[in-house]
Design a protein around this ligand. Structure first.
Ligand SMILES: *Cc1c(COP(=O)(O)O)cnc(C)c1O
Length: 344
């Protein structure tokens, strides 16, 4: 294929979790919410379903959303960048900070998209292993990265790095991206660390139940956002996703209600999985990381799939494998657990 850059031809490409369309599967593989979005989301979308709204371009910076989000999060609207999912935000950050031949670093086992972002950019990628109890080595060993990504809570473990350690990490590395995709399920978050060298990212795909809509944000010093705005597509978020995200963030009571239910089911699922012989890592996210020492994990994933239940099988070089299972409703958890009892 003439003309294709070597770095693109040489990479495998990011493989997202399976997204079957037949509705026949119980999907516990990509950490979507088991609950629908807030009723405010449907109202907001309906309001925008007019010829005039759809005919015109959306607000380029999403100012209506930024005002609403600024009030809810207690931050300056100018410190918010909108994105077409938080993966779009991570791409914008990479393009802004990482030159060709530059360096991206993240802990491992962790979110595997960061490596793809590095490759597309023609940059190098290095990982630093978590300690055996899912903490960061202290001091952090790589100081010369152009960007350091830390998902907190981490995927696949669901574990958190305490904020004081995150704060020190930010002083050790040049620029830290704190990927808080799952922060709404955690005990604390690092929003107040957002600054000139700490960029906090959030997604509406998980806690706000809007994975199909594609919306995410970055929060940082307004001077940083000013630079990122030059890199993003002018109209990276459409009218309907902006309306949906604005409706969603204005319904914090609904978010809290869903969170409470998910955390209760998470506790139930963790206890039951441990009872079935899994080693389950204590989670601060909407999924559980379950491993086995007595038998291989992959056949369990395969047997569940045959029975129309999708979970995520993960295998990390230098670490090993395990199963990442999204927290569903109580009824979904029961179906998973009953099926596991029959398989094991
Ligand atoms: C799901 C996820 C995201 C991306 O979410 P989008 O759907 O692109 O908004 C980012 N980081 C982590 C760690 C995730 O798990």
């Amino acid at each position: 294929m003439p003309g294709i850059r070597d770095t693109i031809r040489g990479m495998a490409g990011y493989v997202p979790g399976e997204q079957p369309r037949d509705g026949e599967y119980l999907k516990l593989n990509t950490n979507e919410s088991p609950y629908p979005p807030s009723p405010r989301v449907f109202e907001a979308i309906r309001e925008h379903l007019t010829g005039d709204r759809l005919r015109k371009y959306p607000e380029p910076m999403g100012n209506t959303f930024r005002q609403a989000a600024g009030r809810v999060l207690g931050v300056d609207p100018d410190s918010i960048l909108i994105g077409n999912g938080s993966d779009d935000i991570l791409t914008i950050l990479t393009r802004t900070y990482v030159p060709e031949g530059g360096l991206i670093v993240s802990p491992t086992p962790s979110y595997i998209l960061y490596e793809s972002l590095a490759k597309i950019q023609g940059a190098r990628f290095r990982t630093v292993p978590f300690t055996s109890d899912w903490q960061l080595p202290d001091p952090w060993p790589v100081k010369d990265a152009d960007l350091t990504f830390l998902p907190n809570p981490n995927s696949p473990s669901g574990t958190c790095i305490p904020l004081d350690r995150v704060k020190r990490l930010a002083e050790e590395v040049g620029t830290l991206v704190l990927d808080e995709a799952y922060a709404d399920f955690a005990e604390e978050n690092g929003l107040r660390l957002a600054s000139k060298n700490v960029i906090v990212t959030r997604t509406f795909s998980k806690s706000y139940a809007l994975a199909g809509i594609r919306f995410g944000i970055a929060i940082a010093d307004p001077a940083v956002i000013h630079e990122l705005l030059k890199v993003k597509d002018s109209y990276n978020c459409d009218v309907l996703s902006l309306a949906a995200a604005t409706g969603a963030i204005q319904d914090q009571a609904y978010l809290a209600e869903c969170r409470t239910k998910i955390l209760a089911t998470r506790t139930r699922m963790a206890t039951a999985l441990a009872g079935l012989g899994f080693a389950v890592t204590p989670s601060q996210a909407n999924f559980l990381w379950a491993r086995r020492s007595d038998r291989p994990a992959k056949p369990i994933y395969e047997a569940l799939k045959e029975r129309k239940i999708l979970i995520r099988y993960m295998n990390y070089a230098g670490y090993g494998d395990g199963l990442r299972i999204s927290v569903g409703t109580d009824a979904e958890a029961d179906r998973l657990l009953e099926t596991l009892r029959a398989i094991l």
